[in-house]
Design a protein around this ligand. Sequence first.
Ligand SMILES: Cc1cc2nc3c(=O)[nH]c(=O)nc-3n(C[C@H](O)[C@H](O)[C@H](O)COP(=O)(O)OP(=O)(O)OC[C@H]3O[C@@H](n4cnc5c(N)ncnc54)[C@H](O)[C@@H]3O)c2cc1C
Length: 462
Amino acid sequence: MIHKLNINNIERYDVVVCGGGMTGFAAAVTSARVGKKTLLIEKGTCLGGVGTAGGVNILLGGIKYGEEKYNFITGGLFKELYYNLRKTDDCVDIYKINRERSPHAWYPGLAESIIFDNEAMKDQLESIAVESGVKIKYMSYIFDVKTNENNIDYILITGKSGNTAVKADVFIDSTGDADIAKMSGCSYVLGRDEDNLMTPATLIMFLEDVDTEKVLEYIEKNKSPRFREKIKSLRQKGEWPFDFDIFISALINKEGYHMVNSIRQVGIDGTDTDSLTEGIIEGRKENKQLFNILKKYFPGYEKAKISSMTETIGIRETRRIIGEFVLTFSALMSGEEFDDIIALSSYCFDLPDPKRPSHQPLEGQKIKKRYTEIPYRCMLPDKIDNLLVAGRSISVEREVLGPIRVMGPCIGMGQAAGAAAAMAADKDSSVKDVDVLQLKEKLKSINCITDESQVCEVRNNI
Ligand SMILES: Cc1cc2nc3c(=O)[nH]c(=O)nc-3n(C[C@H](O)[C@H](O)[C@H](O)COP(=O)(O)OP(=O)(O)OC[C@H]3O[C@@H](n4cnc5c(N)ncnc54)[C@H](O)[C@@H]3O)c2cc1C
């Protein structure tokens, strides 16, 4: 041992949620709303994780278009957020997005989304959490776990107040990286089996004063929503220095205000501090370089200004636990039946190749069923009885990450984890023994969607 730790405080809760992204927010609110003393721990200074701090202001996977209407695939808090934000005009009215000609998204599938104002979303998440009775602890880094046989006894967090041991009946790992599962000795994999490489990361940049109409005109005239031809010709002239071959920009909720989710940073390991730091430094540099190219060569961006770049880098993939059940690509393709489905996703197999950042290995593949169904068992790690894992690090084959990693299903999984944790805490039992039928009933009672029969229309008039 290099240095003996001082533990300044010990705190105790029924349910402790580790990581305050969309998944953790949903888990904590669901647990607190059924009366559990719930703590939500976050190393940053806002809720929403990649969705807010990371600038991904488009909730995907929770809405699907069909028969001239939009339907919620994720209910519960996802729905609540949409209607709340719509009332104050802080998200784009989904019925006003022109599917054929949409600057809000890059192709019609991406019009099935909630495009939101970042600050309003932070406010919504925080208000809902606080009003539900969640205790939030910001600027608190979880750095260790103490287990006792098959249970987590306490986790250790550090911050301004020193080190605190936090005890709970049940813990939820919503760090996105399965940090708690890893620290507890649960089985996991990192990235691709053959070389541990992960899909590229992106530091997002926001631009203002973009001439959106001009961008649309170019896209329509050239039938090129991702500017592939322009990039090809710039590369030939030696004016395009990047690995990626597509440009992605989406209009957010203010005229001329675009989110640029374009740079694709290969070789970043989101579980390594030095790699993350390098990613952030390089990400800012690449965005600046991209911005200069946009101004010079891309129609509509001539007068644009950089409004901001996110403080954190967006990581799409790190660890996945090997849990009670592994959801496979072949199960989705053959339409396997499960009786413990707790959330759905309407999103596609979007997971760019780790080395060729504009290549989608599974592009166009269609699953047998209409939606990707997520079984409860994917959230159960091995070895530990009082831990649930929710979000992109659940137990799935890497190929399945595309549909499950986006924010709709993350919110759905978060709610299921929060409800299951509360049930296990009530009975003082293992999360592995939660009665899934009862869990599904509970989720239904709070408007969550766990099967196709509950899919419901997005209201037009708010
Ligand atoms: C560039 C990019 C673009 C994307 N585009 C879209 C899109 O358009 N639409 C969409 O729906 N999805 C998109 N996604 C995916 C989606 O945004 C994320 O997968 C999803 O938001 C994950 O939510 P989460 O809460 O599970 O994880 P995160 O958002 O990663 O939240 C985890 C939280 O845990 C905290 N944390 C982690 N470790 C610790 C620790 N040890 N101690 C304390 N706190 C900790 C983090 O600070 C973070 O706030 C994109 C992802 C990226 C990276």
